[in-house]
Design a protein. Structure first.
Length: 295
């Protein structure tokens, strides 16, 4: 099993190297430079039921969600919580993670500037408030139950500052439970007018609009999802042009495809909150943190 893990890890490294443009000679007047070949990553995975982890429609997993979506914070391979959409992680030292004398707690989040949804709309704390409201709604089931019971209210301070009030301390508040991004401008009308059909909205599937480095170009059920680079990604230009996720259920077929095509890597879901797994390192241009698992 360890040997298989090593082999698959080498495939990912080969994939990243293969995605890099080869060095070329300087063009001359008689020899115009050839256009660079597109950088493409092929991913082998099972087909997600949905994208995202909203209660009632949970089915996206790990690296598959990390391609089109981001979170306020993530957990790096060393187990440290690091900021992603948040400008910094909340901390006791800076007063953004504060336990009050009466035993209540407040957490203050500041968003990075210039975050955009894939449709070009700005991502702001109004989106955070909508997510908080939807997750707290007792009519919608949630796997964040323990944390949500302690989250009593929230305040929008400005377009980038958001405060959550807690009835008592919660040790994983730095993972921003109940604040997963949801596009208010798309989902709020459905939530207000037809809550019963909220979880069947195509937003959670083929029409997903996220804040991650790649956006859905096409999703052919039973076959593949193709993601294209999102040039307005707030952390800078993503390293790949396209990521194609091929759906394969049988493990033997997965291994056969990996052996046949070194430009593929294995995507196997991460734990619920933010761990980097599967092909995330390759997708984000960080091969040493690819974190592959054996088939």
């Amino acid at each position: 099993m360890k040997r298989l893990t090593t082999v698959i890890s080498l495939w990912v490294l080969a994939t990243v190297l293969a995605c890099s443009s080869p060095p070329s000679r300087a063009p001359t007047a008689a020899q115009p430079a050839a256009p660079a070949a597109p950088k493409v990553l092929n991913v082998v995975a099972t087909e997600p039921l949905v994208i995202g982890n909203f209660p009632g429609v949970r089915g996206g997993t790990g690296a598959r969600d990390a391609i089109p979506s981001d979170l306020l914070t993530v957990v790096d391979p060393r187990g440290d919580v690091i900021p992603r959409m948040a400008e910094e992680t909340i901390s006791v030292e800076k007063g953004t993670w504060r336990v009050n004398p009466d035993g209540t707690m407040d957490t203050t989040w500041t968003l990075r500037p210039n975050i955009k949804w894939h449709d070009g709309q700005p991502y702001t704390t109004d989106d955070l408030m909508f997510a908080f409201t939807a997750y707290k709604d007792p009519a919608l089931p949630s796997f964040y139950g323990a944390a949500l019971e302690l989250m009593t209210s929230a305040d929008v301070i400005d377009s980038r500052t958001f405060v959550v009030h807690w009835s008592k301390p919660y040790f994983q508040a730095n993972l921003a439970p109940g604040l997963d991004p949801m596009a208010r401008h798309i989902l709020e009308p459905v939530y207000l007018s037809d809550k019963q059909s909220f979880d069947s909205h195509p937003y959670f599937r083929q029409e997903y609009v996220g804040t991650g480095p790649y956006r859905i170009k096409d999703w052919e059920a039973g076959s593949h999802i193709t993601y294209e680079r999102f040039d307005e990604y707030y952390l800078g230009r993503p390293p790949l042009d396209l990521v194609t996720m091929h759906f394969i259920k049988d493990k033997n077929t997965v291994l056969a495809n990996l052996l046949a095509d070194p430009r593929r890597c294995l995507s196997q879901g991460r734990p619920r909150r933010g761990r980097r797994a599967g092909c995330q390192g390759a997708v984000r241009g960080d091969p040493q943190h690819s974190g592959l698992h054996p088939v």
